[in-house]
Design a binder for this molecule. Structure first.
Ligand code: NAD
Ligand code: MG
Length: 390
């Protein structure tokens, strides 16, 4: 039986890489549903190639556009809005859901997949940062299989015994070495960073990604979000995780054991590797990724992150330690600040300034329900916009 796959965020960088892997394995996977925000033409082209049962546009006007584009040339049923996203994420016929919507918009559809016990391939790290305890509880309750797609977390997952992914002391793990490329401003002066443009911030040295995660990589908030993501996925704390800047992005992370062994997962910086790992797990399937040429690379380098130029990493660790809704607020403030920076309404170096102000003003409460999460998310966004006079 072919696995039925829903891809949330099909037109994005992760979505397209997922379809590239699926295209190589028509005997294993069938696309059940594809979704996007408002890129109707891009989704229409994907629908014509993959002929999914459903296509969902989060934006209702774009859904009408998609309907018109598919009229007479496809049997794909078009749905609209968040309810449509949740429907195709939780449909009984679906086995696997790629959660690759960017930002908080991905939380409800990801949750719909988790609550219906799917294999959930998690790229949408913001969903876990916003609601870690609640989402992990939902995984346990439903029996969903949550597999990390973020390259670092997929690497850590591959370096751990499969039955002890959430029991690091039991597995004899001493610490996790989370690698970071350092982003485009790794060696830039603070002054150059103050004047950084969106185009410079999005020009990542090793990875080609969506705009939001590219800016997060430039501020190192991406590593901060990943620190929190790792704490939830592997049931640990920031003190057990050490960020290593590794500019070559070949070692995707490492796990150190009490006997001194350090296991690493290496590979070219190509997201098709972790995507294929998640799609095929526990089998290995071809990802279309060429062999690694270590002779051509020659050397690996490692540096400590500079928390003065990159305060976002510190802010994320502090938010995790503060607990409750603090990571929800961190994520929401970051999304708003990054959007303002991309719209050229905020300086690059003011992104952490806004986040820190929002974190110190919004009270931390217990993350006891998803309603609380959404209330705090909104409160943080309103305050962030006020602070930026938007
Ligand atoms: P992207 O911007 O390229 O694509 C985002 C996708 O989400 C698009 O299909 C878009 O239509 C959809 N989308 C955006 N806003 C939406 C909304 N409000 N409602 C519904 N759909 C919406 O982003 P990306 O780089 O593919 O990243 C996706 C997620 O994967 C992010 O959470 C990112 O942090 C994570 N991730 C990405 C990479 C990478 O290499 N790109 C690596 C690791 C993790
Ligand atoms: Mg990553």
């Amino acid at each position: 039986m072919r696995r039925q796959v829903t891809i949330l965020g099909a037109t994005g960088s992760i979505g397209l890489n997922t379809l590239d892997v699926i295209r190589r394995h028509p005997e294993r996977f069938q696309v059940y549903a594809l979704t996007a925000w408002r890129q109707a033409e891009a989704l229409a082209a994907l629908c014509l190639e993959f002929q999914p049962r459903y296509a969902v546009m989060a934006d209702p006007l774009a859904a009408e556009q998609l309907q018109a584009l598919l009229q007479g040339c496809s049997d794909t049923v078009v749905l609209a809005g968040e309810s449509g996203l949740c429907e195709v994420a939780g449909a009984a016929a679906v086995d696997t859901v790629m959660a690759a919507i960017v930002g908080a918009a991905g939380l409800r559809p990801t949750l719909a997949a988790v609550e219906t016990g799917k294999r959930v391939l998690l790229a949408n790290k913001e969903a876990l940062v916003m609601s870690g305890a609640l989402l992990m509880d939902a995984v346990v309750r439903s029996g969903a299989e949550l597999l990390p797609i973020d390259s670092e977390h997929n690497a850590i997952f591959q370096c751990l015994p499969p039955t002890q992914v959430r029991d690091l002391p039991g597995a004899g793990v001493r610490r996790i070495l989370l690698t970071a490329s350092g982003g485009p401003f790794r060696t830039a002066s603070l002054q150059a960073m103050q004047e950084a443009t969106p185009a410079q911030a999005c020009a990542h040295p090793n990875w080609s990604m969506g705009q939001k995660i590219s800016v997060d990589s430039a501020t190192l908030m991406n590593k901060g979000l990943e620190l929190i993501e790792a704490c939830w996925l592997f049931n640990t704390r920031p003190a057990q995780i050490e960020v290593h800047v590794h500019p070559e992005s070949i070692i995707h992370s490492m796990v150190e054991y009490v006997d001194g062994s350090v296991l690493a997962q290496l590979g070219s910086p190509d997201m098709r590797t972790p995507i294929a790992n998640g799609l095929g797990w526990p089998e290995r399937i071809d990802a279309g990724v060429p062999s690694l040429d270590l002779f051509a690379l020659g050397r690996f380098h490692f540096e400590r992150p500079d928390l003065n130029r990159f305060p976002c990493l510190r802010l994320a660790a502090e938010a995790f330690e503060a607990g409750g809704t603090a990571p929800t607020v961190l994520n929401a403030a970051n999304e708003e600040a990054v959007a303002a920076f991309l719209a050229q309404r905020l300086r690059f170096t003011d992104i952490p300034v806004i986040i820190e102000k929002v974190l110190s003003s919004v009270s931390v409460v217990s993350a006891d329900s998803f309603d609380t999460i959404f209330v705090k998310d909104e409160e943080a966004r309103i305050l962030a916009r006020e602070l930026m006079s938007l």
